[in-house]
Design a protein around this ligand. Structure first.
Ligand SMILES: *Cc1c(COP(=O)(O)O)cnc(C)c1O
Length: 393
């Protein structure tokens, strides 16, 4: 019996297993190599087997992997200081995943509401958003497929269309229980939807006027991928709370909920916690990731390569009637087709390429930020070839 029968059937897996990787490349057991255009869904920004990550894991794991948050953890304090510096935030809570980081953010929003005497505090969330698979985060998520079958949902969310400041204003006028807005700067799972310029700044202003917290989920956009350390920096729309995970540990699980100003002072002893969160190993690796991204000016590289790849894909796919639009910011790219295109993932494997489909019709590229110029050109070529083959089939 195949061993996969002992795994719960949560994933529709492609028929390939990788044995090792290096940089932007992965190898399967037959020795075939694949260009990684997905980076484990925006996780392996430094690619595979990066020496700085290997070093951090080896050095730290020889000393100490885990103690407990009952004790001081100097590596956690050092990572917290580093993150707050690059993110212009005041304090951090460390978790182990994106969903957990968002849970911490939502708990902060509720605490903030209760402090203001609001007993049923609500958070504005967006259509098409994705915030995770735990009960609160799937309730916040704007995709029925993620929620169906898991009712009753967590209450206290007000949903509005993404990229619509007017809809947020309307909620403000009629609902006194709202305490926060939770939004991704770019919808990732929602199909790489980029809002109009001024949207985040507009939300910041609305939150300031209403006394709400602005919570940005930068789990997919953060850590240089969008062309700046964090996507909000492109509009100088600093949030009160920001969540990170994915690329923060380059594959070692770690999540973070950062806060600025009053939001940073809400959690007190006993309010929240995690056994693993912020352990010495995860923190040593995340510190190494930040130092490495900083040293290579990864935000700049993401912006340059992203613009180049987007231009290349537009040129290569021009005149393909099945391609609706190519869009992106930094190294988050989406190619929207006129039809559902799940099958393209398997077709791309045939071309030695890893990519992904989200929101049914959007081919998504989230490659490592360490791509060389030649690899970037190759990624454009292989992606266009896979799309053309799919559209012709
Ligand atoms: C991936 C993702 C999450 C969930 O992260 P997990 O680590 O899978 O829990 C939440 N928000 C966004 C925007 C994401 O892309």
């Amino acid at each position: 019996m195949p061993t996969e029968h002992h795994l719960m059937a949560t994933y529709g897996r492609l028929p390939v297993a990788f044995t090792h990787g290096e940089g932007a490349w992965l190898w399967d057991k037959n020795g075939r190599k694949y260009l990684d255009g997905l980076a484990g869904v925006a996780v392996n920004s430094l690619g595979h087997a990066h020496p700085a990550v290997i070093d951090a894991i080896c050095t730290q794991s020889r000393r100490l992997i885990h103690t407990s948050n009952w004790y001081e953890i100097p590596g956690q304090e050092a990572l917290g200081a580093k993150l707050c510096e690059i993110a212009h935030m005041d304090r951090v809570f460390f978790a182990n995943s994106g969903a957990e980081a968002n849970e911490a953010a939502l708990k902060l929003a509720r605490l903030y509401g209760h402090r203001k005497g609001i007993e049923t505090p609500a958070v504005i969330v967006m259509e098409g958003s994705f915030h995770g698979r735990t009960l609160a985060t799937l309730s916040a998520t704007g995709n029925r497929k993620v929620q169906a079958g898991f009712e009753p949902l967590v209450t206290g969310f007000r949903r509005v269309p993404f990229n619509d400041l007017g809809a947020v204003k309307q909620v403000r006028e009629r609902d006194q229980t709202v305490v926060a807005v939770l939004v991704e700067p770019i919808l990732g799972e929602g199909g790489i939807q980029i809002p109009d310029p001024g949207y985040l700044k507009g939300l910041r202003k609305l939150c300031d006027e209403a006394g709400w917290l602005l919570i940005l989920d930068e789990i997919q956009t953060g850590m240089c991928r969008s062309g700046t350390w964090f996507a909000w920096q492109q509009e100088n729309a600093r949030p009160d709370i920001m969540t990170l995970a994915k690329a923060l540990g380059n594959g070692l699980p770690i999540g973070a909920c950062l806060a600025h100003g009053a939001a940073a002072e809400l959690f007190q002893a006993g309010h929240h916690g995690s056994t693993f969160g912020g352990n010495p190993l995860a923190c040593a690796v995340a510190s190494a990731v930040i130092t490495t991204l900083d040293g290579m000016q990864a935000w700049e590289r993401a912006a340059v390569l992203g613009a180049r790849l987007q231009g290349d894909l537009k040129a290569r796919l021009a005149g393909e009637p099945g391609v609706r639009v190519v869009r992106g910011q930094g190294l988050l790219l989406g190619i929207e087709l006129d039809r559902p295109c799940q099958a393209i993932m398997k077709q791309a494997l045939g071309h030695g390429l890893l990519l992904n489909v989200t929101a049914e019709k959007v081919v998504r590229l989230l490659p490592p930020l360490i791509l060389s110029d030649a690899e970037t050109a190759q990624l454009g070529e292989l992606t266009a070839a896979s799309i053309r083959e799919f559209l012709a089939s």
